[in-house]
Ligand binder design. Structure first.
Ligand code: FES
Length: 281
């Protein structure tokens, strides 16, 4: 399991400033419940236009909670111009560091702060970052990936996955992430590889069960493990795939979205459109 600093553990076990602010001056929402992480960050300004209070609500792992919690302390007393200079690296450093695999939590904190500041100024940041969705598993666009690569000087697909989650699921977006990395290095790939799910074939019962197992191992489990969760296949009854969730997934409030939105989506993509995923009762 991950090696967390005492500060991460402290902010996870005793998160500061959880909740909502009545009539906030800025609100930013990032992430998606379907992808297992979502963060709402808000603040109130004082009469000198400095942040006097910040709060957050999140569905996410311990690092996401710790990142948002420490961020609420970092922004207090700052003007918007000062607060917008906070980078995801500053958030990670304020926690004494985060495991590389969890850096996406600091990125989510920074993005929520940026969205809240933009909201104060009447700008919809989501529109600014609209672009081609590169990673369908996690809904991440080329503009988001490019920005995180530049901000953190990333150089590999694995880095991009650690900092954005893009590429942490079915991996079909890896060639496109590589293209982005190359293009930012000034190189252009001659023949870009089109990422496509494999064609569905007619399967015997045994082949179908094997493919379900393989899809869980290859496409679903690694993404859940990224957030300290896990999944076990319990049984297959026709189109019903019965599983148990373990680790953080078992107690996560968004586990239903993980199952129906993510796990079932992957099994439908790779095995059959008729698959229904359910938790062992
Ligand atoms: S499309 Fe990116 S991991 Fe599946």
């Amino acid at each position: 399991m991950w090696d967390y600093t005492e500060k991460v553990k402290d902010h996870f076990l005793h998160p500061r400033n959880v909740g909502e602010i009545k009539d906030p001056d800025g609100v930013g929402e990032v992430g998606s419940l379907a992808c297992g992480d979502a963060l709402k960050f808000m603040f109130k300004l004082d009469k000198n236009k400095k942040i006097k209070e910040a709060k957050f609500q999140t569905f996410g792992c311990g690092s996401a909670i710790a990142s948002a919690s420490v961020l609420t302390e970092m922004v207090v007393g700052k003007t918007l111009e000062e607060a917008e200079k906070i980078t995801n690296r500053d958030i990670a450093e304020a926690l004494g560091g985060l495991p590389e695999e969890k850096m996406h939590c600091s990125v989510m904190g920074r993005e929520a702060l940026e969205a809240a500041i933009a909201n104060t100024r009447g700008i919809d940041i989501k529109k600014e970052l609209e672009g081609e969705v590169i990673c369908k598993c996690f809904g991440i666009t080329d503009k988001e990936i490019e920005r995180v690569i530049k901000d953190n000087q990333l150089s590999s697909v694995a880095d991009v996955t650690h900092y954005t989650k893009a590429g942490g699921g079915c991996e079909t977006c890896h060639p496109k992430i590589e293209e982005i990395l190359l293009s930012l290095k000034g190189e252009v790939k001659k023949e870009p590889v089109e990422a496509k799910p494999p064609p569905k074939r007619k399967l015997t019962n045994i082949q179908r069960m094997k493919l379900i197992e393989e899809t869980i191992e290859r496409e679903i489990r690694p993404a859940l493990q990224t957030d300290g969760g896990d999944i076990d296949l319990v049984d297959i009854e026709g189109n019903k795939v019965i599983v148990t969730l373990r680790g953080t997934c078992s107690s996560c409030p968004s586990s239903d979205f993980t199952l129906k939105g993510f796990a079932q989506g992957k099994l439908r993509e790779f095995v059959s459109d008729e698959i229904e995923v359910m938790v062992e009762s």
